[in-house]
Design a protein around this ligand. Sequence first.
Ligand SMILES: Nc1nc2c(ncn2[C@@H]2O[C@H](COP(=O)(O)OP(=O)(O)OP(=O)(O)O)[C@@H](O)[C@H]2O)c(=O)[nH]1
Length: 426
Amino acid sequence: MKRLNNLSLTQRLVLIVMVPVTCVSLVTSALYLNYVREPLELATRARAQSIASFLAPAAEFGVFSGNAAHLDKLLQAAMAQDGVVAVAILDARGAPIAQRGQPMLLAHAVFASGDGTDTRRVGAQADRLAVSARVVSPRLGIDAPAEATEPIGWAYVEFDASDLEQQRATTLLQAMLLAAMALLLAGIPAYRLARRVGRLVARLAEAVHCLAAGQLDVKVPEAARERELGALERGFNAMAHSMSSAQQELNRQMDRATAHLNYLALHDPLTGLLNRRAFDGEITKAVMASRRTADHGTLCFVDLDHFKAINDACGHAAGDAVLQAVSVRLGGCVRAEDMIFRIGGDEFAIILKGCSPDDARRIAEGLCKAIAAYRFTDGGRHFDLGASIGLARIDNPDISADALVAAADAACYQAKRDGRNRVMEV
Ligand SMILES: Nc1nc2c(ncn2[C@@H]2O[C@H](COP(=O)(O)OP(=O)(O)OP(=O)(O)O)[C@@H](O)[C@H]2O)c(=O)[nH]1
């Protein structure tokens, strides 16, 4: 049972077909064998019986009188018959009175009286058939029924049955050939179909493993000749393709979502400028770059003057609009390689890369003027804005990013204390 459970799908399918086919072939062969053999045997036995039946009445007188010479003549005549290999006349107990040839079955013969038959088969070896017929007393008359009398002897005939055996062997061979043909006719297509089904299932199982492992571009070859198996292959490929497309779309959406998250993580949603987090990273990079190369620059801190007044007078939304407008103006005053950050409520930072102190000062002055030139109007009220700007050079190899930021902040604070709307440099 355990072995059966270990069989592959192909082996099981072949077994399911071959076991019933083998059984049916064997039964059919046996029936065929019986059907052909029976008449042959009956015909041979009938012939032997006719010789014994002919011999028995002819031997009545010889047995009754004990005339061995007469009996021997009869046996000689019987031996001349085609197929007869041994004959004998026996007394009532089965002891031979006269015999010709070498009877091989005589020792096994049973001679019982009163069985109601004149002749009967008494035994058989591979190539011999033996029959006997009762010899009755001639004094009882011709019309007396043979069954009613006790035999006085037996006419015994052994017949050559090798032809019968030959016929049997031929018939057996034919039956086996028929069975083998049936097995081949059923077995070969069954095996080929089972192998195709087994291979397809194995290919599908392997492909499913690939899918499970995340390899979604897997495909099985569409080679099946059977409609259902072909549909299975096409169906699997369509499913794998759908999964692959869905996965690609999901990846695209994930990439977009990740990019958006990254953007949100590093940008200020109000102005679209880089935020404080981005500033922390970029200022560290700028300090490192200035240490590695001679790419010095300037950190510029911008703090709006009197911004709170707009907020208080016109509301938060108006303050937001001002912050957006200031952001645009800042962008218009710096170079493409410079980076602008909104690092607090009304505080901005600008990293001026690869910039000489003079250029940095000029740019900062430009920023100051641009913001001072901006006038916010709301409901007939006008608000002037300004900016206090602190500058710190990024060229000191020993200074840390935090110290640099503190220096720029201090310069900005100094600009505030000195009257606002001005640029201060550390
Ligand atoms: N509308 C708006 N206001 C903000 C935002 N973030 C901070 N603020 C406000 O900005 C103001 C900043 O305060 P301060 O810098 O002291 O105001 P200020 O009038 O510029 O003061 P000085 O710098 O001393 O001139 C506060 O009133 C904050 O509530 C924002 O996102 N939108």
